[in-house]
Design a protein around this ligand. Sequence first.
Ligand SMILES: Cc1cc2nc3c(=O)[nH]c(=O)nc-3n(C[C@H](O)[C@H](O)[C@H](O)COP(=O)(O)OP(=O)(O)OC[C@H]3O[C@@H](n4cnc5c(N)ncnc54)[C@H](O)[C@@H]3O)c2cc1C
Length: 586
Amino acid sequence: MTSQQQRPTPSGALARRFDQMFPVLTSSEIDRVRRFGDVRRFGPGELLVRVGKPSPGMYVILSGRMAVVSRDPLGRSLPVAEFVQRMGGTPEEMEILPGEFLADLGTLSDKPSAIDVQAIEEVEAIVVPTAQLRTLLIAEAELGERILRAMILRHVGMIEIGFGGPVLIGAVRSPEVTKLSAFLGRNGTPFRVVDPEEDADAASLVARYAPTDLPLLVMPDGTVFRKPTKQELARALGMVATTLRDEPYDVVVVGAGPAGLATAVYGASEGFSILVLDAMTFGGQAGASARIENYLGFPTGVSGQALMGRAYAQAQKFGVEFSLSTEVKRMDCTSESSGPDPALILYLADGRRVRARTVVVATGARYRRPQIPDLPAFEGRGVSYWASPAEASLCRDEEVALIGGGNSAGQAAVFLSSNARHVSMLVRGPSLSETMSRYLIDRIAASSNIAVLFETEIVQLQGAPDVGLHHVRWRNRRTRAEEEHAISHLFVFTGAEPSASWLEGCGVLLDEKGFVRTGADVISRRRPLPMETSVEGIFAVGDVRAGSVKRVGAAIGEGAAVVAQLHNVLARRRTANGQRQRAEAT
Ligand SMILES: Cc1cc2nc3c(=O)[nH]c(=O)nc-3n(C[C@H](O)[C@H](O)[C@H](O)COP(=O)(O)OP(=O)(O)OC[C@H]3O[C@@H](n4cnc5c(N)ncnc54)[C@H](O)[C@@H]3O)c2cc1C
């Protein structure tokens, strides 16, 4: 954003990485970029990047001056200056100068831009189209690493201060705002929540709409959505792919948790065409984990979202296509199973179809709902199945209750205890030693504001539709003694069951608990590959696979391992096709 010598001393954690965030390429690095793009000239006033539209690619500035022109959805221009200041610059240093490049993580996946970039005078730049940018990141390992690191850091900086993304306007504590904030947060989308009670600009906008329209979502280009659903939000953010190819993908991966993302990264780096579909967003259960402490190579732990966000960026670097908020409803394994290039057909909830030469089922597991009266009525109104920073911020200095005695419950209790005044952890069994890792048991014991109540279950939830949950009543299963507490946040971590019902009718064999059988576990005349299901060309990895170890590391390992087996099937098929074509030609 300015030359190296002129830069002020940055402050703050991200600001310490200012130089990495806005690197200035040397002339030899610029020369290496040239072969991936074309040089273009822009006249004064011309926009290189426009808010709300995907950027044509990465721009490396050769000469001329440009400025970032902000357009806050509420008509305020503060965020750009704030962004630069927080990252170590001053508002005057918002200009982009020669040697710098314009791109962020969204450029890799054609996401709508959050900023306008305008030429102040004649500008000359190398434009590297998105597909070529991916090639550059792989072909130029060292330079590619610098560019990708800058793109990731810019994105993290934007998330940290809610710069550039949509603005959610509504009561901060309303269930709808909570639900949409959690969704945006899980997607790694920068956003801000503005309460019309506290903000005059937001109040005047809200006055033009009916109370039933709230919350409003205002996109950076000014488009207003009234009380959007998560699907509408996902479409507006460009998460749902609008162009899916007609010809079969080599691999369609269903599920973007750690197993699916690992399959995508390792598969795409081997050259397969890959589409990943997820009913929600990337990251799966791991993305909801506040801190993963047992993942190899991270001695101080890593937030599930940070780990998964990096895997998502890495997959995009290798050219993986994603369609998130896209549920697969069912699969037809027979209709195109003959002919030279047999395909499996996946039917999506939005009515579209996708064809695949092979399918990797990585749909993991979803949380179980315990039998508590009125529990569904309080979901999103005080009852949560995740403990992400969005939920934690609502519990500041309040008393919370949490059900469960497994590792995910333990992690959530420790995470919430740093925000909440007190955490009551309700466990059905008489101890934690059978169900929780030792390090978490020790950490809970060392926390002064976590109380573990063994052999205890919830018997009643009280609240009202407008305010949500306000009281929780529980009972000791042995003594039958009951207690009632003024609690408006209840977290449920009672295990998960496999998400495999969408495979029904496709001939994929499941075990008695609904997990997908693979390899030697499949009883059939055909001998499937180790992770292949009872249907040829359909594989299963991660938590959904019968016999898998339900851990992040195991899911990633399986995603990597299945790629060799995909190779095997695809190569066999290519050979058969070649032989058939040769036979037809003679
Ligand atoms: C709160 C929490 C904390 C955890 N902490 C740890 C930890 O510290 N260490 C550890 O090793 N493990 C931990 N785990 C377990 C770990 O997260 C899982 O083992 C791992 O995420 C499994 O990965 P997966 O890719 O197989 O499935 P998942 O992570 O479950 O991902 C499956 C994905 O498939 C999608 N999906 C499901 N059905 C469909 C469909 N029909 N169409 C499209 N998409 C679909 C889902 O939306 C989801 O994104 C934790 C789990 C939780 C819930």
